[in-house]
Design a protein around this ligand. Structure first.
Ligand code: SF4
Length: 637
C-alpha cells in the first residue's frame, strides 16, 4: 500500500459512460510525486497525436499530491491538466479550496476524463459510486449560481467544481470555479471541461488516507502550525492577502497599466489592499487546513449593482484594475464577480479587454463591431466586453479565442500590443526593467504566468542592487547593458524548480513564499506521510524532471515549436516605458536572445529551445528521449 496516497486513479470515459478504477503505479508516485507531476506524465503518455484541445479526445485531469488532505498547513491544492486551448501545448492550472482532499477521501489521487458526454452533465463521485447525471437545468447558468444550486440539491458535504457560460462556449480563457471564488484560471481548463459537456463535478469522500506514521504526523503538523504562526509575517500578511503587494509593485514600476502601455499608475492606492479592507471586506476566507486565510470575502457596491464576491486578489487588481484603468476597488471587485459568474479567468480577461479598448482607441475596432463605445477607466465598457466574450456574441466571437488569435485575425499591427507568450495572456507584472522576470514569463511552460517563477525582487534587489541602479539612461530609450541581461537564467531556473515543487506535493506555496515557512520542513513532512526519505535536493530534481517533460509535451504538440514561441510581444521589446520609475527602459530582441541563449544552455536544450536527448536521459526520461527526434523541430543556429 502506498502511504500518503489514496492509491487509485479514477478514469471516466464520458462517451461510453465507462468507469474504471486503476491502482496508482508506485513508480509514478516515486518519479513524479503528484499534482503537476501526475498531470505532465499523463499528458505525455496518453494524449493522442494531433488532438484538438476542444475535441473529445483531449484529456482532462485533476490530481492531488501526497500532502494534500493531510493535517498540515494549507494542504488543499488540486492540479488540473489538459492540452491547452490557449496555447495548443502543455497546460495546467491549480486551485485551493477543498476539492483535492475530498477526491482523496473518496479514494482517488487522480481523475482522468476522456470523451464527451452526450448531454450537459454533472459528474458525481461519492466514494465508490460514480455517476454521470443530466444537467440541462444548469446549462447557461453562472459558475457561482450553479455551485449554490448544487449545494442546495446535494448537500454541503459535496465539494463542487463548476464552469460558467464561458466554459460552455469554449472560451480559450474559461476557468473552473470552486468554493464560491477559488479558480483554476489559466490555460483554458474550463473550456476543456465545457467541451466534454461537463457542467460540474461534485465529490464527497468519507474514507481516509493511509499515512506512514500518524503519531509523528500529528506532532509534525502541530509543530508546523506553531512555526507558521510564529513567523513575523503571520499577522501582517493575512489581512490584505496578495492584494498587499499592490503598492510595492506600483512603486518599483512593474504595474501593468493601460494595456501594458506603461508600468506605473499614480492611482494605485485606490485599488490596493488597504482599499479592500476599507471598502469591501466582510471576512477572511481560506482553503483546507489553512492558518493564513488570504481570501477576502466582501460586498461591492457600484452603479451597475451590488454583489458579494471573493477578491480581488493582486492579479485581478492588476489586470482588471490598473491595466483597464479602473480606479475604484468596488468596481474592480464587481468586474471580478462578473468574471467569476461567467467563468472567465480574470488575468486573461483583463488583458483581452484592455487590448480591445486600445484597438477601439486606435480605430482598429469600430463602435459597430464592439456594439458600443468603450474606453479605459469605464466599468461598463469592461463588463460589456466580458459578457460578449463569455457568450461569443458580437465582438466576443473575435475575443473569445484569446488575445493572440484575436490580434492575428484583426491584424493592422495589433499583434504588437497583444500581451501574451505562447498564446497565454501575461499576468500581473510589467518587466521592461526586470530581465529575470521577463525571462521567467518567456520560459514559463504554460505561457506568460508568474506562478512558475517569480524573480522580480531579485531583479530589483539582487544582482542589480536596485531598480534605480538599472536605469542607465533615463528617458533616452537606451537599452539595458549586456551585463544587466546576462546571469539571469540560473535564478529563473532555481525558481522554476522551487515554486512548482509545492504543486507536486499538493500544498499551497504561500506559507513558504509569503511567511518564510522553511522549505526544508517538507523533507520531514513528506517522510512522515509517505514513509519514504527524499531530500529537498531530490525533490527539486523531480521538479526539474517535470519541467523537462512539460517542455517536451509542448514541443510535441505545437507544430514548429521552438525559440520563437518564447518571445515576448513587440510592445515589451521595442517600446520604452514612457513614464514612472522605469521611464525609458525596454529589453531589445538582441537582449531577449541573450537571455534565451543562456537559459537554453543551462537547461540542456538546443539553440531552438528543444530538450536534447542526453538531457532527457539524464533526467530519467529515456522514453521521451527515444521519441523526441520524431516530433521536435531542432535548430543548431
Ligand atoms: Fe488558500 Fe491563501 Fe491559504 Fe494558500 S494562503 S491555502 S491560497 S487561503
Amino acid at each position: 500500500m502506498l502511504k500518503g496516497y489514496a492509491g487509485r486513479i479514477l478514469r471516466v470515459d464520458l462517451t461510453n459512460e465507462k468507469i474504471v478504477r486503476q491502482s496508482l503505479p508506485a513508480k509514478m508516485a516515486q518519479n513524479f510525486i503528484g499534482g503537476r507531476g501526475f498531470v505532465a506524465k499523463t499528458l505525455f503518455d496518453e494524449l493522442p497525436p494531433d488532438v484538438d484541445p476542444l475535441g473529445p479526445d483531449n484529456i482532462f485531469i485533476a490530481a492531488s499530491g501526497p500532502l494534500s488532505g493531510q493535517f498540515l498547513p494549507a494542504s488543499g491544492k488540486t492540479h488540473f491538466g489538459c492540452k491547452s486551448p490557449a496555447t495548443g501545448g502543455y497546460g495546467d492550472s491549480n486551485l485551493g479550496g477543498h476539492f483535492g482532499p475530498a477526491l482523496k477521501y473518496a479514494g482517488y489521487d487522480m481523475m482522468v476524463l476522456n470523451g464527451r458526454a452526450a448531454l450537459p452533465s454533472v459528474l458525481v463521485i461519492e466514494d465508490e459510486t460514480v455517476s454521470i447525471r443530466p444537467a440541462r437545468n444548469l446549462w447557461g447558468m453562472g459558475s457561482l449560481s450553479s455551485e449554490t444550486r448544487l449545494k442546495e440539491e446535494m448537500g454541503e458535504d459535496f465539494q463542487i467544481l463548476t464552469i460558467g457560460p464561458a466554459g460552455e462556449n469554449r472560451v480559450a480563457f474559461a476557468c473552473i470555479t470552486h468554493d464560491f471564488g477559488r479558480q483554476a484560471g489559466r490555460v483554458g481548463i474550463g473550456a476543456v471541461m465545457g467541451s466534454k459537456n461537463i457542467k460540474a463535478i461534485a465529490v464527497k469522500g468519507t474514507g481516509s488516507i493511509p499515512v506512514n506514521d500518524p503519531k509523528a504526523l500529528l506532532e509534525e503538523g502541530k509543530r508546523a502550525y506553531r512555526n507558521v504562526r510564529a513567523k513575523p509575517g503571520f499577522t501582517g500578511w493575512t489581512p490584505e492577502g496578495t492584494a498587499g503587494i499592490t503598492d510595492w509593485v506600483a512603486r518599483v514600476g512593474a504595474l501593468p497599466t493601460r494595456n501594458f502601455q506603461t508600468s506605473y499608475w499614480d492611482q494605485h492606492a485606490k485599488i490596493n489592499g488597504a482599499a479592500i479592507l476599507r471598502e469591501l471586506k466582510i471576512t477572511d476566507k481560506g482553503c483546507y487546513c489553512c492558518p493564513t486565510p488570504c481570501g477576502k470575502y466582501g460586498r461591492a457596491k457600484t452603479g451597475l449593482g451590488h454583489v458579494y464576491v471573493e477578491g480581488p486578489e493582486f492579479e485581478t487588481i492588476s489586470l482588471l484594475g490598473s491595466n483597464c484603468l479602473i480606479d475604484d476597488i468596488s468596481e474592480v471587485a464587481y468586474a471580478n464577480y462578473v468574471c467569476d459568474e461567467l467563468g472567465l479567468d480574470t488575468i486573461s480577461a483583463g488583458v483581452v479587454c484592455s487590448w480591445a479598448i486600445e484597438c477601439f482607441e486606435k480605430g482598429l475596432l469600430s463602435r459597430e463591431a464592439i456594439g458600443k463605445d468603450v474606453q479605459f477607466g469605464d466599468l461598463e465598457s469592461v463588463v460589456h466586453l466580458l459578457e460578449c466574450i463569455a457568450r461569443r456574441e458580437g465582438v466576443g466571437e473575435l475575443l473569445a479565442d484569446g488575445v493572440k488569435t484575436a490580434a492575428q485575425k484583426l491584424g493592422h499591427g495589433s499583434e504588437a500590443f497583444a500581451i501574451h507568450v505562447k498564446g497565454l495572456e501575461w499576468s500581473g507584472y510589467e518587466c521592461r526593467n526586470a530581465p529575470g522576470m521577463m525571462l521567467a514569463y518567456m520560459t514559463s511552460d504554460v505561457g506568460a504566468h508568474h506562478a512558475r517563477a517569480w524573480v522580480l525582487g531579485h531583479d530589483l534587489a539582487g544582482s542589480s542592487a536596485s531598480v534605480h541602479d538599472l536605469i542607465v539612461s533615463e528617458g533616452t530609450g537606451e537599452h539595458l547593458p549586456k551585463s544587466k541581461v546576462t546571469g539571469r537564467a540560473a535564478k529563473v531556473i532555481e525558481s522554476q524548480h522551487l515554486r512548482p515543487l509545492f504543486d507536486l506535493l499538493g500544498i499551497c506555496r504561500l506559507q513558504f513564499m509569503e511567511l518564510g515557512f522553511e522549505v526544508e520542513n517538507y523533507e520531514r513532512l513528506y517522510e512522515v506521510v509517505t514513509g519514504k526519505r527524499m531530500t529537498l535536493e531530490q525533490m527539486l530534481s523531480v521538479s526539474e524532471r517535470v519541467w523537462q517533460l512539460t517542455r517536451s509535451v509542448s514541443a510535441r504538440e505545437i507544430p514548429g515549436f521552438g525559440r520563437s514561441w518564447d518571445y515576448p510581444p513587440e510592445r515589451l521589446m521595442n517600446d520604452p516605458v514612457p513614464d514612472g520609475p522605469n521611464r525609458g527602459h525596454c529589453i531589445s530582441r538582441r537582449e531577449v536572445d541573450i537571455l534565451l541563449d543562456e537559459y537554453y544552455a543551462l537547461r540542456g536544450w538546443d539553440a531552438n529551445g528543444i530538450p536534447k536527448a542526453e538531457t532527457l536521459i539524464s533526467m530519467g526520461l529515456a522514453d521521451v528521449a527515444e521519441t523526441i527526434s520524431q516530433w521536435a523541430c531542432h535548430e543548431t543556429t
